[in-house]
Design a protein around this ligand. Sequence first.
Ligand code: NAD
Length: 296
Amino acid sequence: MATIGFIGVGNMGGPMARNLLKAGHRVKAFDLMPDPVQKVVDAGGTRAASAADAARDVDAVITMLPAGKHVASVYTGDKGILSVARPGTVFIDSSTIDVKTARDVIAAAEAKGMLMLDAPVSGGIAGAENAALTFMVGGSDAAFAKAKPILEAMGKKIVHAGGAGNGQAAKVCNNMVLGITMIGISEAFVMAEKLGLSPQAMFDIVGSSSGSCWALLNHCPVPGPVPTSAANRDYKPGFAADLMLKDLKLSQEAARSAKVQTPLGSEATALYAEYVEGGNGSLDYSGIIRMIRDLG
Ligand code: NAD
């Protein structure tokens, strides 16, 4: 069993760290906020005094932080964790961040003789709590081999997507599709309503026809057809619109850097920005159907 430093034990990192403890690993947790660390300590972990302390004398370090700037500063900033860890430590950044920062930080880690992966996740807070996350992993074969048993304690599906940054690339491509398809099915449901179809009839037909998609079958934006969807609880998330907008913005940053045109990705980003600016950022992303309905 490994000794693991865990930095950033918020909504996602907290349950992930607790699942590592359940699997028999030792966890040293650090967060800027004391309360989330206490929950990890209550589950059998120890409190690290700083990010550097969490990275000292451990086999692996996992980071689950808000954005690229936090990741860059924790790894390579003043007293960054790369300067205190022992060579051979495997670093796993599971935050959702921009591809460029992921590649830069991995290059800095490798230059210091460390192993490092970008390993963003899909599955949300429920997936984190149930150790059912999907990990999309970028980095070297050696880092992947060392990290895989650790990731298996927190996830159900672990996919090695290729070299450094490819995990983040997979994540932004996936979530761009999710944002676009949610808007597409929302438009279709609103149009069906106006044309006189019931939501259930619409779901039964489209759900088993060529217009079906994951967003419809799992996060249906109208109440009724999918009992677990956020539409049945007044759009309490779920997957918050703030996070969808964050991921769509990352997709547009990636598109610009790769010199690719993504007209629907760009339009989805603009529509989610409008939805969030309307004060809906903490609601589920499927609530965008209400904004689309109001356009009429
Ligand atoms: P969160 O805000 O609940 O947790 C982030 C934690 O990082 C906070 O507790 C914060 O105090 C801590 N933190 C920030 N800067 C720090 C620093 N310098 N040192 C130590 N701790 C620091 O966010 P979350 O929902 O857990 O999301 C974390 C990451 O996972 C994000 O990148 C997010 O995009 C991604 N993600 C979230 C979800 C979701 O459903 N919440 C799903 C998939 C991916």
